[in-house]
Design a protein around this ligand. Structure first.
Ligand code: ADP
Ligand code: MG
Length: 289
């Protein structure tokens, strides 16, 4: 009877849009008490748009857009795609970079039009005017990307990644199931707290500015505190954490690496399905016992 109930649970999951790797996954799903949520692409849509262009010197807008757009055009990061598309819209064609390097968790750097250029959250000194723009954008939950040329910060681009309409409700449902939601992101603390506040995650449960390879360490630390951890993510940068968690849940809208590393896939990328999955496993296993 046990395997039959598990098969039924698995089948019902598939109907709901929850793909379960194997029937045994339902058992670990049931024990989870902490749900770690990746921010970008999981709680937020991950489809960002370029909003503001702010420069230290008046008249530098086109330069900032051209240099940033040229490098970001070569990156697949959602922030990069927003900047490349926005720059192309505003300045037309972009130059090809002479050198390009992706720096996971920080941004991109390379050589454009004979200059060393960085785009992202590299530790450049910011003139006051840009520091204010950056702080204000981040307090509102937008990402501020610094564009520097030869080590001098020229401008700040603001990029917004809208929170998914279903995320706040999903967090309420997870709490109603007795789970503690934790927000985990490589993005900076101010942006992370802005998003956490909007969806109902406690500030004390925000873990920000975490490099991609450190995400799995955060999961392990929570486990060493005696917690049973589910991780929900979408990116290549979440794969190790998804595999290391007691239960890995991938957004079906995310990367193959995340899906392969996970036990469950939420087909529609709707975070409410994480709560549905836990409810389903509890019900399925209650039937057996
Ligand atoms: P998350 O963990 O939220 O999915 P990442 O680890 O991919 O985010 O990136 C962390 C942060 O590094 C981003 O929020 C952004 O500030 C910066 N960043 C990463 N890649 C880029 C890029 N290509 N261009 C600009 N900024 C970037
Ligand atoms: Mg992500």
């Amino acid at each position: 009877a046990t395997p039959t109930a598990l098969m039924v649970g698995t089948g019902r999951g598939a109907q709901l849009g929850i793909l379960i790797k194997g029937p045994e996954v339902l058992e670990s799903t049931r024990r989870v008490d902490t749900v770690v949520l990746d921010k970008t692409g999981t709680v937020t849509t991950g489809r960002m748009a370029l909003q503001g262009v702010h420069t230290a010197q008046e008249g530098d807008e086109k330069d900032v857009l051209r240099l940033a757009g040229a490098l970001e055009h070569a990156s697949e990061h959602p922030i990069a795609q927003a900047i490349a598309a926005g720059a192309q819209d505003r300045v037309g064609s972009l130059p090809a970079p002479e050198r390009f390097e992706n720096v996971p968790g920080l941004g991109v750097r390379g050589r454009v039009e004979g200059h060393e250029v960085t785009v992202g959250r590299f530790p450049d000194a910011l003139p006051d005017v840009l520091g204010r723009v950056k702080a204000e954008a981040e307090a509102e939950g937008r990402t501020a990307v610094v564009v520097a040329r030869d080590g001098v910060a020229l401008g700040v681009l603001t990029v917004a990644d809208p929170i998914k309409e279903t995320s706040a409700e999903a967090v309420r449902e997870l709490r109603a199931l007795g789970l503690t939601p934790v927000l985990l992101t490589g993005d900076n603390r101010a942006v992370a707290e802005g998003v956490a506040g909007a969806v109902g995650i406690d500030v004390g449960d925000v873990i920000a500015e975490v490099l991609p390879e450190e995400k799995v360490d955060v999961v392990r630390r929570l486990q060493s505190e005696g917690r049973t951890v589910a991780m929900v993510g979408d990116g290549v940068n979440d794969a190790a954490a998804l595999a290391g968690a007691d239960l890995g849940l991938a957004m079906g809208t995310g990367t193959d690496a995340a899906i392969e590393a996970s036990d469950l896939t939420l087909v529609r990328g709707d975070l409410r399905m994480a709560a549905d999955a836990i409810r389903l496993s509890r019900r399925t296993l209650a039937t057996i016992k």
